[in-house]
Write a protein that binds this ligand. Sequence first.
Ligand SMILES: Nc1ncnc2c1ncn2[C@@H]1O[C@H](COP(=O)(O)OP(=O)(O)OP(=O)(O)O)[C@@H](O)[C@H]1O
Ligand SMILES: [Mg+2]
Length: 291
Amino acid sequence: MLYYKRKEYPAFKIRHIYSNRYLRLNATGVKNVAAIQISDLTKTFGDVRAVDNISLEVRNGEIYGLLGPNGAGKTTTLKVIMGLLDPDSGTASVMGLNSLENPVEVKAVVGYVPEETVLYESLTPRELFEFIASVRELAKASISSRVAEIAKGLNFTEYMDKMIVTLSSGNKQKCLLMAALIHRPKLLILDEPFSGLDARVVRILKDAIQIHVDNGGSVLLSTHIMEVAQALCDRVGIIDHGKIIADGTLEELREQSKEESATLEQIFLKLTEQVDEVTEGVDNLREALSG
Ligand SMILES: Nc1ncnc2c1ncn2[C@@H]1O[C@H](COP(=O)(O)OP(=O)(O)OP(=O)(O)O)[C@@H](O)[C@H]1O
Ligand SMILES: [Mg+2]
C-alpha cells in the first residue's frame, strides 16, 4: 500500500486533479459533465433561509451571471459551491466533483474571487503570489512570467512590492483576482469582481473573462451591474429571497417577464418586484434634495 506523508497529501491530490484521468474518474461517469451543477440546494442560518431549494447549471464554455438584490443568497450559493459552507440539503458539484465531499479538489480546479478581501496584509503581492504558487506546487519560473504579464495587463506592476495593507480597495481587488488566476483554472467563480475597480480595469477584466471562455474556460459571476451582465453573460439566473425566480438567456428572460425589448435592468426590477420601490425612492429623493 502506498503511504503519503500527511503534509504531502494535498499536493499529491492537486497534481492528480490536473490529469484528465483523475477528472474522468471523478466525473461520475457522465461525459461532458457541467462546469457547475446545483440540485435542490438549501442553506439556512438559524431562521434565515439564505438559499431556498435552488437548482441551476453552468455549462462548459459559458459565462453565467447570478443576479439578485442585497441579501438574496448569491454569496452563500458561491461559498457552498466552493466547499466553504456545508448545505443543509441538496448538492453542488464542480466538474463532477461534489463540493461537500471534495473541497480540496474543487479549490484546485477553480479560480475563486471572494466577496470580501481576505489577504495576508503584511505580505506584498509578489510574496503572496509566491506563497500561493508554492502551496499549489507550481513551477516558479513559469509563474513569475505569468504573474508579470497579468500585473501589466491590470496596471498593477508598480504595486507588486508594496505591502498589501497599504493598497487601495481597487488594487486589493486586483490582487485577489491575480491570486485566483495563478494556477490557470478552467473555471472562474467571481463574487462581485468589478466592485471598486476603475473604468479602465473593468474594461480589461471584461475582456479577460471573455478570453478565458474563448480558451475553453467557464465562468460563474455574481454582479449588481446589469449593463455588465447583459453585455457579458450568456445566461443569467435571478435569485431573490434565496429562490431562483428566473433563469436563461436575455431572450428567454424577456419571454418569461413578458417584456419584449426590455433591458436586463428592467426585467430584473420587474421580476424582483422593485419597480414601485425604485419610483418611490426617486420621488422621495427628488423632494428631499430640492427642499
Ligand atoms: N454567516 C452568516 N450568518 C448568518 N446569516 C448569514 C450569514 N451569511 C449570510 N447570511 C444571511 O443570508 C442571507 C443571504 O446572504 P448572502 O450574503 O448570500 O447575500 P448576497 O446575495 O450575496 O447579498 P449581497 O448582494 O449584499 O452581497 C442574508 O439574509 C444574510 O444576512
Ligand atoms: Mg454577496
